[in-house]
Structures are given as structure tokens and as C-alpha cells.
Design a protein around this ligand. Structure first.
Ligand code: FAD
Ligand code: EPU
Length: 316
């Protein structure tokens, strides 16, 4: 049975299994704070916390996590695509605020219908805007930072607005320290036509046709130096390897899928196995909650799991 309560500022608090929020369908219980404005967020950040987006890059322990888990809802999951008259012209449009809790797929569909370009390369990424920005999610057809004008970032006690130029962003990395919450962003979009945006979206979508359709957190490892980690894992002969109910997808070797009832430990075991067998150091793309050291060593002796951006105390 779930118990629901309210915080002083009105945030809804529920103890819930996190598996319901993850695309892998794995994750034990935690106290979830549904925050719908800045006052509630500020209160939620007064004790150790984690921020949960679309749960599409997470492997969460079956015991759950002891920290508060924050979800952005209400005003922090709304979008205002009205052009800012000061910053928009015939070629470029800068929007109002788009909440970190907004689901990315719906936003991308809307931008296509409006004929607004720059973010269509991220089609098919089942994230929330905040999580996608934090990871700089993308494909070879484009990434989140292609369409960002500015970002509002909240830390305990501080709200800051920064621009992409203020951040050391790169492939699958915004440079924003862990624990800094992307509450909302303003988008910088090129005026195009629905047809042109659709054509680009279709290209990006076609590139995913070979990806598995089962429960998964997407690609397990980043591509080292532009080489497909999937290809390396495939060449190591690991496609179809199974531990418990977790499987290295036969369709694409960089995806681990849940056959039904997988435990987080099954996924960890596969990650270890891959690292032990691929002859190059592989950097984890999945995020493990709580941070679980991986036993497998990469070829250069690195890769014990310590590479996850660790502290919630880093600064911009
Ligand atoms: P979560 O998984 O909930 O969290 C991931 C990290 O982001 C955590 O550290 C979390 O604390 C942090 N975070 C979440 N919200 C915020 C916020 N508001 N502020 C600050 N930090 C936050 N990724 C790609 O890059 N390209 C792809 O093509 C791609 N394809 C995928 C396909 C599938 C089927 C799946 C399941 C995943 C895919 N992914 C892909 C991986 C995943 O969607 C991305 O990593 C995405 O950025 C995760 O966003 P999220 O909102 O789900 O974040
Ligand atoms: N390949 C294999 N075997 C495999 C997988 C891939 O030989 O098991 C080969 C393919 O045949 C192709 C090459 O490797 O020649 C590249 O494969 P793919 O086009 O699938 O791209 P990728 O580099 O493996 C990247 C991203 C995906 C993104 C796709 C499409 C990373 C880690 N992965 O995969 O992102 O969707 O391109 O643009 O950057 C994610 O990050 O979670 C993710 C899914």
C-alpha cells in the first residue's frame, strides 16, 4: 500500500517502487517528491536527493535508494513555445520556458508540426527535457545542445540562468554537475517547414530501426572515440548473452534488455562481462543508482565504475 503525504510547501510525497518510472522496469522503493514549483523544489532539496527524469538511462537497485527522489511536475513540466519578440526574427525563434519535466517525444512532435528545426535529431529518445539536457542526449543527426538558448539550473539555495557557452558540453555530456537540477530551458530554433523537419526526423528515426523494442535503458556504453560500442560488443561475440532475466540484445549489442523480472544485479553482471571481454576501455552511459562499483576492468585497468560523475556538490 502506498502512503501519500504533503510537504510544508505542498509537494506530494509518496513511497513508490521506482521500477514504474524506469524504461528498464527495474528499481526498488524510494520516497518520491512530486514538485510542481520552485518553492516545493527548494524544500525537497533540503535533504539528500536525486533527480529523476524519464528514467530512460537508469539501472536502479532492487533495494531502491535512501535519498529523496525528485520528479518535476506542474509548472515545471509545462511548455511555453511563444516566440520571444526581442530574440526572434524571420530565421530564428527563441521560445519561452520549457519545463525540465516536459516529455521530450511530445515536444519533438509539436516542433515538427510547427516547422521548427534544430532538435529533430533527438527523435525517439524517451527522456524528459531536463534529463535529455543533463546528458546532452542525441544521435548522429543532432543533440539537445543544438537547440538550447539558455538553461535555468537550481542548486540548494541558488537559481541560475546560464547559456550553452557557459558549459563545457560535449558528446553525451552537458558539463552540468550531478545534483544541479535543470528546471527549465529556452529553445533556440530555426524556422523551417513541417515537411523539411519531418524529412530529417525520418532519417534519425530510420537509424533506430535495428534497436530492440523491449524494456531497456538504451545504450549501455558511450561510443569510444566515435567507434560504435555496439559493434565492439558484437565483435566480442556477446550478442544474446543472458544473465538471469537480463539479455544483451540480439538486435544491437550495446542494449541490455529486461526479459521480464530482471534484477539490477543481472544488468550489472552483464556490464562487468562486457568490460572484461571488449579490448578497449568503455565508459558507462547507463547510470547506476546507487553508484555500484563494477568489478570488470577495462583493458587499461580503468573502469571500476568510479567514472560516474560522483558528487552532488560540484560547481558550475
Ligand atoms: P533519467 O534516466 O531519469 O536520468 C538520467 C540522469 O539525468 C540522472 O543523473 C538524473 O539525475 C539526471 N536528470 C534527470 N532529470 C534531470 C533534470 N531535470 N536536471 C538535472 N539532471 C536530471 N540517449 C541518447 O543520447 N541518444 C539516443 O538515441 C537514445 N536512445 C534511447 C532509446 C531508448 C529506447 C532508451 C530507453 C534510451 C535511449 N537513450 C538515448 C538514453 C536516454 O534516453 C538518455 O540518456 C536521456 O538523456 C535520459 O533522460 P531521462 O530524462 O530519462 O533521465
Ligand atoms: N553495429 C554492429 N553490431 C551491433 C550494433 C551496431 O555491428 O550490435 C554496427 C552497425 O551495423 C553500424 C555501426 O555499428 O555499422 C553503428 O551502429 P548504430 O547505427 O546502431 O549506431 P551506434 O553508434 O551503435 C548510436 C548511439 C545511439 C543512437 C544511434 C542512432 C551511442 C552510444 N549510441 O549508436 O544512442 O540511437 O547511434 O543515431 O552513442 C543511446 O545513447 O542510448 C543510444 C541509443
Amino acid at each position: 500500500m502506498t502512503t501519500t503525504s504533503s510537504s510544508r510547501s505542498g509537494a506530494r510525497i509518496e513511497r513508490l517502487a521506482l521500477s514504474r518510472f524506469t524504461t528498464l522496469g527495474v528499481g526498488g522503493p524510494a520516497e518520491v517528491w512530486f514538485v510542481s514549483d520552485h518553492a516545493q523544489l527548494h524544500e525537497a532539496m533540503q535533504a539528500p536527493y536525486r533527480i529523476l527524469g524519464g528514467g530512460s538511462n537508469l539501472v536502479i537497485a532492487d533495494d531502491g535508494v535512501p535519498e529523496r527522489v525528485i520528479r518535476l511536475t506542474g509548472a515545471l513540466a509545462e511548455r511555453d513555445l511563444t516566440p520571444d519578440p526581442e530574440l526572434s526574427d524571420e530565421e530564428q525563434l527563441v521560445t519561452g520556458w520549457v519545463g525540465g519535466g516536459v516529455p521530450l517525444p511530445g515536444l519533438i512532435r509539436t516542433l515538427q508540426k510547427l516547422g521548427l528545426s534544430n532538435l529533430e535529431g533527438t527523435v525517439g529518445i524517451p527522456a524528459q527535457v531536463g534529463g535529455a539536457v543533463w546528458m546532452n542526449a542525441g544521435t548522429r543527426y543532432g543533440e539537445m545542445f543544438d537547440g538550447l538558448h539558455s538553461l535555468e539550473i537550481v542548486t540548494p539555495g541558488e537559481v541560475r540562468v546560464v547559456t550553452p557557452d557557459d558549459l563545457p558540453w560535449g558528446y553525451r555530456d552537458s558539463g552540468i554537475p550531478r545534483g544541479h537540477i535543470v528546471t527549465r530551458v529556452r529553445l533556440k530554433l530555426r524556422r523551417s517547414t513541417p515537411q523539411e523537419v519531418l524529412e530529417k526526423m525520418t532519417l534519425a528515426d530510420t537509424a533506430r530501426k535495428g534497436q530492440p523494442k523491449m524494456k531497456t535503458p538504451g545504450c549501455a556504453f558511450k561510443n569510444p572515440g566515435g567507434v560504435s560500442a555496439g559493434r565492439l560488443i558484437d565483435e566480442a561475440g556477446l550478442k544474446g548473452t543472458r544473465v538471469g532475466q537480463a539479455l544483451i540484445a540480439p538486435e544491437h549489442a550495446n542494449f541490455i534488455v529486461n526479459l521480464g523480472g530482471a534484477a539490477a544485479a543481472d544488468v550489472h553482471a552483464l556490464l562487468d562481462l562486457i568490460r572484461g571481454r571488449v579490448g578497449l576501455p568503455l565508459e558507462l552511459e547507463y547510470e547506476l543508482w546507487p553508484e555500484a562499483p563494477l568489478a570488470g576492468l577495462a583493458a587499461d585497468g580503468s573502469g571500476t565504475g568510479g567514472e560516474q560523475r560522483a558528487a552532488s556538490t560540484g560547481t558550475l
